[in-house]
Design a protein around this ligand. Sequence first.
Ligand SMILES: [Cu+2]
Length: 171
Amino acid sequence: MLGWYGKSGGSPRCESPSPSSTIGPSDPGLDHELITNELITKEANDMTRMTRTLSLLLGAVVTAAALAAPGSGSAATLKTVNGTVGPGFTIGLTMQGKKVTRLKAGTAYRFVISDRSRIHDFHLSGPSFNRVLTGVEFTGTKRFLLRLKKGSYRFVCDPHSGSMRGGFLVA
Ligand SMILES: [Cu+2]
């Protein structure tokens, strides 16, 4: 029925819409990339365009990614890590509702940090990475695109680092 139209064998398959190719240049000196909300929006637009262009090729892949990260919207290939601090004396990092203990090295994750208190901050550090993602005075949500290298990472609220702390492994 499909005849020549359905003939297969000629089209190279795209294994995956590699996030690294759309996020930025792979500068060997840049182990960590930090991209602001605005750039994520721009990237999402690019992704939408690319997805439309390659929709025939990538259809199956995009569906799989959407299943893996429900609710992540247009940047369906990115996994979201949710960080929260406050309003009580709590700090945590979860992915799809589960506590984060391990992430993949070299993979880009979207970190969405919700800071619900003016007395806490969210400070993430690890191998050659050290950044206060949300400051003490700040309340609200900030988004970061992070690609982390192997190692042990910790996050703390600096004013209360004795009790408000956690960590995860990147491998
Ligand atoms: Cu605190």
